[in-house]
Design a protein around this ligand. Sequence first.
Ligand SMILES: O=C(O)CCC(=O)C(=O)O
Ligand SMILES: [Fe+2]
Length: 336
Amino acid sequence: MTHRRGWLVVVAAYAAAEPEEACTPAVLPVLDLAPFAGGDDDAQRTVARALDAACRDHGFVALRNVGVDRALLAAAWNASEALFALPEAAKARLEPWAAATNRGYSPPGRERLNARRKTREPKEAFNVKGAGNQYDEAPAQFGAVADELWRVLVVEAANRYAVAAALALDLPRDFFSKTLQQLDLCTLRFLHYPALPPSEEGEVLRAGEHTDFGFATFLFIKGGAAGLQMKSVEGGEVRADEAGGWRDVVVPADDDVVAVVNTGALLARWTNDRWRATAHRVVAGSAGAPERYAIAAFIDPDADAAVAAHPSFGASRYPPTTGLAFLRMKLDEANA
Ligand SMILES: O=C(O)CCC(=O)C(=O)O
Ligand SMILES: [Fe+2]
């Protein structure tokens, strides 16, 4: 909490979102992934039915028992704080983020998740992949914690969720998990949103309006910090309607190992929009905001995985694509 040097300088350059509006909070349905780590068929079917309802109604769920325990999550927040507290000169020695790898450090002011916004976002991030991570310049414990989170979330939880989703959608059990074998496009992302002072121009966008790109995202928010907002699921992918209809996402406060899981755009394509990718963003109110940490595991289908609507969902609304073609297009938009 001592790293607020320079925040006045930072905020002046970033966009005001729309004027503040009263919003009804979105309380996420809470589901339990435990039956997919060895439960019986009935328990799995019960969760799958609830998952289908939640994904059709919201596109966001709160998920218990994804495999991250309190000790691992605490270690992850410590590692993340230590990384983002490095002096700028040390951050400059981290592997720089590059589109070709989607790995490494991305400094404040580089991204805009909504390509139609003129201004960029004050967040910084460090992306980890399944191989090739360069931890030499990161704090001592960072690499071990990041690799363990990768194993738990990307290797294990994602595959369990893939089976739950297939069951929920009446698809063959391995329909999604067979596209999560290489895990070459998945990304574990440590996010830091620097503190913001009061703003005379209203709300400040900390992460622009977007839908996630891939299969699904597992998100942890340190201390359940405010800021994440979502639209209604009917909106689908963000088009020209950034204003209006935003709701604060409420994560159950009693249990900070709950993951927020949301549907990505490729899963929407596979299901021909039975499940949609819900637009979301991160904002800070005009009164300013403390710094905020989050960790996102973006679960993306393998580079060579073909993505086309399953025939059981009717005539496809989308042209077929592949994991790689779609992710490249989305990353190019966010970094252009
Ligand atoms: O920090 C958050 O709460 C959400 C971040 C997010 O939506 C993203 O990085 O895709
Ligand atoms: Fe997102």
